[in-house]
Design a protein around this ligand. Sequence first.
Ligand code: 0WK
Ligand code: 0WK
Ligand code: BGC
Ligand code: BGC
Length: 867
Amino acid sequence: MQYKVGNIFLFLSFTPAEKGQFLALDLGGSKFKVLQVKVREGMGIRRGGVEMEEKTYPIPKELLVGRGTELFDHVSESLKDFLHEKNISLDKKHPLAFTFSFACEQSSLDQGSLLGWSKNYRARGLQGKDVVQALRDAIDRTGGMDIEVLAMVNDTVATMMTCGFDDNYCEVGLIIGTGTNACYMEELRHVDLVEGDEGRMCVNTEWGAFGDDGALDDYLTEFDRDVDAASNNQGKQIFEKMVSGMYLGELVRLVVLKMAKLGLLFDGHVSDALRTKGKITTANVAAMEEYKNGLKNTRDILTGLSLTPSQDDCIAVQHVSTIVSFRSSNLVAAGLAAILTRIKQNRNLRALRITVGVDGAVYKTHPQYPKRLHKVVRRLLPECHVRFVLSDSGSSKGAALVTAVAQRLASQKRKVDETLSPFRLSHEQLQLVKARMRAGLEAGLKRKGSTAIKMLPSFVYRTPDGTEHGKYLALDLGGTNFRALLVNFKKGLQQNTRLHHKIYTIPLEIMQGTGEELFDHIAECISDFLDYMGLKNARLPAGFTFSFPCEQTALDTGTLVSWTKGFKATDCEGHDVVSMLREAIKRRNDFDLDIAAVVNDTVGTMMSCAYEDPQCEVGLIAGTGTNVCYMEELKNIEKTEQSTGQKMCINTEWGGLGDDGSLDDIITPYDVEVDQTSINPGKQRFEKLTSGMYLGEVVRQVLLDLTRGGLLFRGHVTEALKTAGIFQTKYLSQIESDRLALLQVRSILQGLGLDSTCNDSIIVKQVCGTVSRRAAQLCGAGMAAVVDKIRENRGLDHLNVTVGVDGALYKLHPHFSGVLQETARVLAPQCNVTFLPSEEGSGKGAALITAVPLLLTRQQETSSESS
Ligand code: 0WK
Ligand code: 0WK
Ligand code: BGC
Ligand code: BGC
């Protein structure tokens, strides 16, 4: 069952496990009560496992209209007195349920801003304030007790919950007491204020304000207008003033006063008492209507007002009381019928069986009231079976249950937060990662081979300048698939680049088969593409984007250092991937290519974006894997022989950061589990914290742990949850999208064979968000290190630079790119970094690079000819 209070959204799924001792405050009705509610384990609430102790504390009138702090001090001191009187330890922490019977806007169970006082309350300084905080402050001021205010509920809701203990059909709470109000279970999809459109929630209607917009003007009598004019909240709570106990007596008095003035009663004699506000109470009205003693009571009451009523006077006044209270019960019946009709329509029911939980002195003490109300409701809704249940012990039992569930949810949330806290990186930790990334970049430039960050020279010395032209083939072996592209550049007309491409999947058995099979598969795809483009015999110049770490000695050779991501084809590491491709093409012998360049996908992406934006000097991939390249000063690349030109693009392979243990202080046990179960344990540690290949697995490990801890999926560890790779990173993007309601989160989990509650969905969403946020922050910290290095390389105080980006995680995840950008901005404040998503992937970049050497060599040829 789900409940919304004010606009609280509660997944209140009661379990027999609800147990504990709760303190409760019941403020706002005719009596202010302090209670202790004990819920015994296992007995659960349904089978009477609840014991209550209570004490009513008077509230001095001046406090009702005094300063709010003083009112809450009185409440808190009464609470302390109750603890003393009941020998309840002052040292133990006590969870407290707060029934506060006034209109409050709530955004969580333990918060509620007072919209407006009603009834006889008018304490100053609390309107618009969070009354839960006001109570907490008062308890702190009183001191000497350890109270945890866990939940605040309206009395209608607490009453519905109290009656819901014994009657599952109870989905409406009704108060006809000093004030009047009702709550009911509304369809979540109809409540725009809250996320989610599945299930129901309890809505506190605050129907007392019905008519404040003039909707009841045609029903208002002069007496109602007089009551309102004399009230301390004119124009407000119009319906309440026609119905509730605070006003019924006054209405009767005003009617009797007018009749007396008109000489219709007491021979026109009007006593001062009769002229005095509040002299006829609602209790008097109830007494006058008593079946047996009504008339006698009426005489006593009128005599008490210094009147000498005749028998007829008494009958007439009794009649006035009946009419006034009859109207009240009729109006409440009409209001209730409106609510029940809405529930019936919400559920497309012809007939509705429902229970209404009721409380309030008017309903409880007025002899005829309940019967009259029930009768009119049944007359208005003959097709409905409406049961009325009187809340026998006030609303605190219900409030205690809400608190019991809130306590369980709060402790659950605390444990989930504890589990996730190692993923929440502080600014200092991110600065450390930036520094370690910087140190790793520096180390990789100095030494060959053994550094965590390999800093591989790409032999690309400059970015495109728009002079590129011609037709090129680009081959793009990425993280998940292979793409063949035909690119046709028009000199100086970047926007007229023509491009055709075709995507081919790489089956797992090929990824993890032999190198020969892999390159044969690639050659077959190329052959298919050339067929498709009718270019089988055109020996096209080709650029090969190979998204794995390759040691290059020239633009068209690249020795694979080690596989990453999901690849593990044999006989490839330590081999030149260009040769392997050429051999595979030779083996096929049905087409030929001039493979002029092999580039990393980061380099291809940088080039592709630099073709649009000349300021682009960094390439970032945040996809299946993660990596960055950037234009480094040749003089800083100590490990390679110097050659001509200023800069060279370095493929950092930053995925390896941490392989030397430099990230062990932020790596969590869940990350260790993912690394241990990966095909390259101990390798690519930074990648395993940040890239699409692994984020889903990190999430799965956390979900497994939370489930084993009983915090998720009712502690039920399913086979699905134990299956590696079942939680693909694309699910993170879906689950975290703001547009996705919890319902859809549940269906994704259902699709994974994970039967979840709404609360489970919230926790899963939180875990996904925490894991992906860390990934984006880590990449942002790494990026800050790279752009700050470029800035310092050039001795600049401020650097403007563009980063070309590609990868499904960056492009498709709802928050990843934003968090990454924000983190880089904060950690590299002297760099203005523009992130430019690459339109056509790195393939175009590879083709551009293929275009450059040909042009370069051509230039060199022309320049050497001219010299
Ligand atoms: C008793 C409930 C309390 C509620 C009151 C309303 O415990 O929460 O506010 O009924 O009736 P009243 O006391 O105003 O007549
Ligand atoms: C598209 C690029 C390709 C790169 C890929 C990375 O064209 O070179 O490898 O992005 O993204 P992923 O496919 O791993 O999400
Ligand atoms: C308040 C409601 C409350 C009702 C019954 C009204 O005046 O606005 O919040 O439920 O009285 O106590
Ligand atoms: C590879 C890099 C590549 C990155 C993004 C990593 O696993 O080592 O070479 O750039 O993935 O695809």
